[in-house]
Design a protein around this ligand. Structure first.
Ligand code: A8S
Length: 176
């Protein structure tokens, strides 16, 4: 098992499902990480989040809890989430969902960011993995399809925002 996969090992019970998604982003790790690490502001890149409040602890403290509101049209309204791990050196963030008005019980996720070079410029590989209970009345396939779709939206948005910011700072660099 190589370095990238080692942080994405989840204990998966019989009634749970788990998977991992990978996104290649044409922006350097420090820029991508500056968005991903903000436990207090997931709306900086997550398109379904309408509002977020820290309800316990400081914004970057392990164990702090946030209350997330999601946009209408989803089978959910709120989610209460705890910061389990935040490693600014290895670029690892882990979150656990404690509760809320949604169907994702015992959801845990890990996101890691790794540097890569693409066409001679610094890029980032983001890996996001999760484990969650399969809700009553659903199959494992349905559950992973649903969660994978949400994570894909988050990672696509993360990529476009990061790439826009990277282009912007590159252009500024040519005039100053
Ligand atoms: C994340 C990942 C997920 C978020 C899910 C899977 C969620 O915020 C949304 C809809 C739901 O039904 C569940 O890291 C929940 O954002 C968008 C409210 C938890």
């Amino acid at each position: 098992m190589d370095g990238m996969e080692r942080h994405h090992r989840h204990e998966v019970r019989e009634n749970q499902c788990s998977s991992a998604l990978v996104k290649h982003i044409r922006a350097p790790v420090p820029l991508v990480w500056s968005l991903v690490r903000r436990f207090d502001e997931p709306q900086k890149y997550k398109p379904f989040v309408s509002r977020c409040c820290i309800v316990k602890g400081g914004k970057g403290d392990i164990g702090s809890v946030r209350e997330v509101n999601v946009k209408s049209g989803l089978p959910a309204t709120t989610s209460t989430e705890r910061l389990e791990q935040l490693d600014d050196h290895q670029h690892i963030i882990a979150i656990k969902i404690l509760g809320g008005d949604h169907r994702l019980n015992n959801y845990s996720s890990v996101i890691t960011a790794h540097s890569e070079i693409v066409d001679g410029t610094p890029g980032t590989v983001v890996i996001e993995s999760f484990v969650v209970d399969v809700p009553d009345g659903n199959t494992k396939d349905e559950t992973s399809f649903f969660v994978n779709a949400l994570i894909t939206c988050n990672l696509t948005s993360l990529a476009s925002i990061s790439e826009r910011m990277a282009l912007h700072s590159a252009l500024q660099g040519t005039t100053s």
